[in-house]
Design a protein around this ligand. Structure first.
Ligand SMILES: [Zn+2]
Length: 421
């Protein structure tokens, strides 16, 4: 799919740069473009919309009517006026529709229903073995999804779509997993059509790191257009937000940084068959193995976190070194991609400041001054919901894509759902 230029529409985002990004070519401004303007939540009059888009008042009126009929905007009162009838204002109506996001891990899933502003209306965690195969897992996703819809009292016709994140490589355009190492039976499986047969709405699929990046960006860092999200957990991956959109690369493999070579780590054997991979030296699994070999038993990422939090010096030292190793690979990425922020998340990031301190140490030392002058390196803020929220956001951005709406498809169909205006 091609997502449009997404506009992150938390009401806090009203600075000039965002406003500039919203200003689309006036000639092409359709109802979708108008909606994009209003997604910041600020109520506007027809005159203001006309001035912002350069469209004639009559054209704006027609497009406002279409958005009102679809429920995507709602009247939001009248502005103060010195005399005569005050002009009506209109605002984005996030309650018009909902999205369902599912973040599937190796052994558990988190599902969330959000409104169009990405607010979580309800969510559930479930134990779910991805290795059970696609039918069994997706049947459970559908079952939990239906329950969540019931909980919020919304029918399927209010559902814009379903977003699903999988713990392995995904070809986003077809929604199929590609040779996923921990997902027996999933290779090439047509996830969207299987789910659509059970809940007839658009279904979009991506890998777990990309949806986490999207959820984290949308929720916590909407003002940063170029973001790298690092998931440091049992494995290590990176989600790339470029120009406000997920960057996936030609085959969807962009950001797979876990198998980039780290200097001096040639004796570390990786599960991919190579040696010296970042994942083989700096992942939660790799640190746990090293600690165990040192006589400090650790079963995995979470044990490492627990040891670090309890002040185990060997664990803290290993976590800090993992941060440096991650930083070494990222230093090259910083020079190459020039992100405005790097967000460190995943279970290993719960070990505290030592991971991020190691990352900072190497990046600021090894990257070019111009690339690091304004670079921020921060811990993830969204927590365990980032993936499920991001999966929902993927659906919202797709459905509210201005080009799609301007073409008269997507969410711009009259709805029976009452607006909250
Ligand atoms: Zn590898």
């Amino acid at each position: 799919m091609s997502t449009s230029e997404p506009v992150w529409f938390t009401s806090a985002v009203t600075d000039g740069s965002t406003e500039r990004r919203r200003a689309a070519p006036a000639a092409a401004a359709g109802a979708g473009t108008l909606l994009q303007l209003l997604r910041d939540g600020v109520p506007r009059t027809r005159s203001e919309l006309s001035a912002l888009t350069g469209l004639a008042r009559s054209t704006v009126t027609g497009r406002v009517d279409a958005l009102l009929a679809a429920g995507l905007i709602a009247p939001s009162g009248e502005t103060a006026s010195t005399g005569g009838r005050p002009p009506a204002t209109f605002a984005f109506n996030p309650a018009a529709k909902i999205a369902l996001g599912a973040d599937l891990g190796a052994t558990h899933a988190r599902l969330a229903v959000t409104d169009l502003a990405g607010n979580v209306l309800t969510a559930v965690n479930a134990d779910l073995e991805i290795a059970l195969g696609p039918e069994a897992v997706l049947d459970l996703v559908v079952e939990h999804g239906r329950k969540l819809l019931d909980e919020v009292g919304r029918p399927v016709r209010d559902l814009l779509g379903i977003g699903i994140g999988l713990p392995g490589p995904v070809e986003h355009s077809t929604g199929r997993a590609v040779n996923p190492p921990i997902m027996p039976g999933w290779d090439g499986f047509d996830v969207p059509s299987y789910v659509r047969q059970r809940i007839p709405v658009p279904v979009l699929v991506d890998n777990d790191v990309n949806i986490m990046a999207l959820g984290e960006h949308f929720t916590a860092w909407p003002e940063y257009e170029h973001l790298l999200f690092i998931k440091a957990a049992t494995g290590i991956g990176c989600g790339i937000i470029a120009g406000g959109q997920v960057y996936r690369g030609a085959q969807g493999a962009a950001g797979d940084m876990g198998h980039i070579r780290v200097a001096g780590a040639d004796d570390a054997h990786c599960r991919c068959g190579n040696t010296g991979c970042l994942e083989a030296v700096a992942s939660g699994a790799a640190i746990a193995a090293k600690l165990t070999a040192e006589g400090i038993p650790a079963g995995g990422s979470l044990d490492v976190v627990e040891l670090a939090r309890s002040g185990s010096v060997p664990a803290l030292r290993r976590v800090r070194q993992a941060g440096r190793d991650i930083g070494e690979v990222l230093a090259g990425a910083v020079n190459f991609f020039n992100p405005s922020i790097i967000v460190i998340g995943g279970s290993l990031a719960l070990a505290g400041d030592h991971l991020i301190a190691g990352v900072r140490e190497v990046i600021y030392q090894r990257s070019l001054p111009l690339a690091t002058r304004h670079l921020r390196i921060a811990a993830a803020r969204t927590g365990e919901s980032s993936g499920a929220i991001g999966a929902g956001v993927m659906v919202i951005e797709h459905a509210l894509d201005p080009a799609r709406l301007d073409a008269g498809t997507g969410a711009l169909k009259p709805t029976s759902h009452k607006t909250n205006g």
